[in-house]
Design a protein around this ligand. Structure first.
Ligand code: 6PG
Length: 464
């Protein structure tokens, strides 16, 4: 019997959809899951002769061509380790395990090293686009040993989303680079979603618009520079009607945002690497803060909100503000990836990161064109806001971002991601910051020394 080109562990919707996507591209694929129902469901899909599934892990591995290529699409965390433990006794040197979940990059590095010791390749691979993306073409962020990547490259290219006919599945670099890039992708996703939520708040409670009107505005913006998956999706979510009560579903969804951790990891790692990502930080904080719903209820009862003050805020101002804040969120994330690539020896090509995000992923948007141009055309290799074109792109919209932030503060809105984006831009484009006083104070109370503007070296002053 002819063997299967690749194996898939985890036959949830993501795993099964990716299998069908592979099969559509003429790759034969066998699935494995401990759950017999999932195996049965997959086997029952009609008209697919090049897929199969089993609950028997030994049969599963024996039916895959050597060297075996096996993708894991299981929940991140300890389950990945359990699956690897079950799988390894059936593998041979040179086989390849590819983790397609949202695993923490340090776990990926540990797994990479442990498996390398026994001659097995381990690849960390970010996959974005949700269940629909897996079926029709996700954005794929693979990493690991180049020789392992070379063996799966063709399959990944076939199933990935395409941008200008090129697959959004470029190699992200060594070891855990793919999971790192996916983690930051999700951090950016948190920032952009928070900005969209704040926009909805300002349009609804500031300008008094209804859900249908806001949905129409998002739909209109989706045809312009703000076009992208998240804006399009927000327009869609706002229109949905509630089956139980009638009226818009959005008005019945509790205002408490949950999370699975990737945004928090982005902020934590950015702090470790000393890369400022304040819009992403605020997005994580805003979700955490939303959980205090009882306290918010109580505290808000002390606070008699005045009606909206006279203003000249227009919808087009909010559109501009959102554009600049989206750009600043990408800028922060790209800065983090660039620094991480050096710190962790990933060798990540920034142009490939942006290319992978052009289609298939959650944060795809027309704005990325500007970043792609800088990385592709100019071969730019600096902090992305220091590129003059990128600076100009943001600066052009700054007056409207400031206007939105002022409106928000004056009228008691918690538009924290807009405010953080604006202050990030101000601080990053200020030649002289007040940090000289911090250094003076540190030296005064702790003899921590300081550098001078007029001489090289470090200095300590006898202050008293
Ligand atoms: C994607 C998404 C996906 C998932 C997030 C949700 O790129 O397809 O990012 O990975 O929806 O993990 O994360 P939170 O539950 O933390 O919002």
């Amino acid at each position: 019997m002819e063997k299967f080109s690749i194996g898939m562990i985890g036959l949830g919707t993501m795993g099964s959809n990716l299998m069908l996507n592979m099969a559509d591209h003429n790759h034969s694929v066998i699935g494995y899951d401990k759950d017999p129902l999932k195996v049965k469901t997959l086997k029952a899909i009609p008209n697919y002769t090049n897929i199969d599934a089993t609950v028997d892990i030994s049969e599963f591995v024996s039916k895959i061509q050597k060297p075996a290529k096996i993708i894991l699409l299981v929940p991140s965390g300890p389950i990945v380790d359990f699956v690897i433990k079950d799988l390894v006794p059936f593998l041979q040197k040179g086989d390849i395990i590819i983790d397609g979940g949202n695993s923490f990059y340090k776990d990926t590095d540990r797994r990479f090293n442990e498996l390398k010791e026994i001659g097995i390749h381990f690849m960390g691979m970010g996959v974005s686009g949700g269940e629909e993306g897996a079926r029709t073409g996700p954005s794929i962020m693979p990493s690991g040993d180049p020789e392992a990547y070379d063996q799966v490259k063709a399959i990944l290219n076939d199933v990935a989303a395409k941008y200008k006919d090129l697959p959004c599945s470029r190699y992200m670099g060594n070891a855990s680079a793919g999971h790192y890039v996916k983690m930051v992708h999700n951090g950016i996703e948190y920032g952009m979603m928070q900005l969209i939520a704040e926009t909805y708040d300002l349009l609804k409670n500031g300008l008094g618009l209804g859900n249908d009107e806001i949905s129409d505005i998002f739909t209109k913006w989706n045809k312009g520079k703000l076009s992208g998956f998240l804006i399009e999706s927000a327009a869609y979510v706002l229109l949905q009607m509630d089956q139980t009560n009638g009226g818009h579903l959005i008005d019945f969804i509790k205002d408490v945002a949950r999370s699975k951790g990737t945004g928090k990891w982005t902020s934590q790692d950015a702090m470790d690497l000393q890369v400022p990502v304040p819009t992403i930080d605020m997005a994580v904080i805003a979700r955490d803060l939303s959980a205090y719903s009882n306290s918010r209820d109580k505290i808000s009862s002390y606070n008699k909100k005045a009606s909206i003050k006279d203003h000249d805020l227009e919808i087009k101002d909010v559109e501009s503000a959102l554009l600049s804040a989206f750009a600043l969120t990408y800028i922060q994330g790209l800065h983090l990836i660039r620094v991480a690539s050096r710190a962790y020896n990933y060798n990540t090509e920034m142009k490939d990161v942006v290319n992978n995000w052009r289609e298939g992923c959650i944060i795809r948007s027309g704005l990325l064109e500007n970043f792609e141009q800088v990385y592709m055309t100019d071969g730019f290799d600096g902090m992305i806001l220091s590129d003059e074109e990128i600076y100009k792109l943001v600066a052009k919209h700054m007056p409207m971002l400031k206007k939105v932030v002022l409106f928000a503060l004056q009228n008691d809105f918690g538009s924290s991601a807009f405010a953080s984006s604006a202050t990030y831009f101000n601080m990053m484009s200020t030649k002289l910051s007040p940090m000289n006083l911090i250094q003076g104070l540190r030296d005064l109370f702790g003899a921590h020394t300081f550098e001078r503007t007029d001489q090289e070296g470090t200095f300590h002053h006898i202050w008293k």
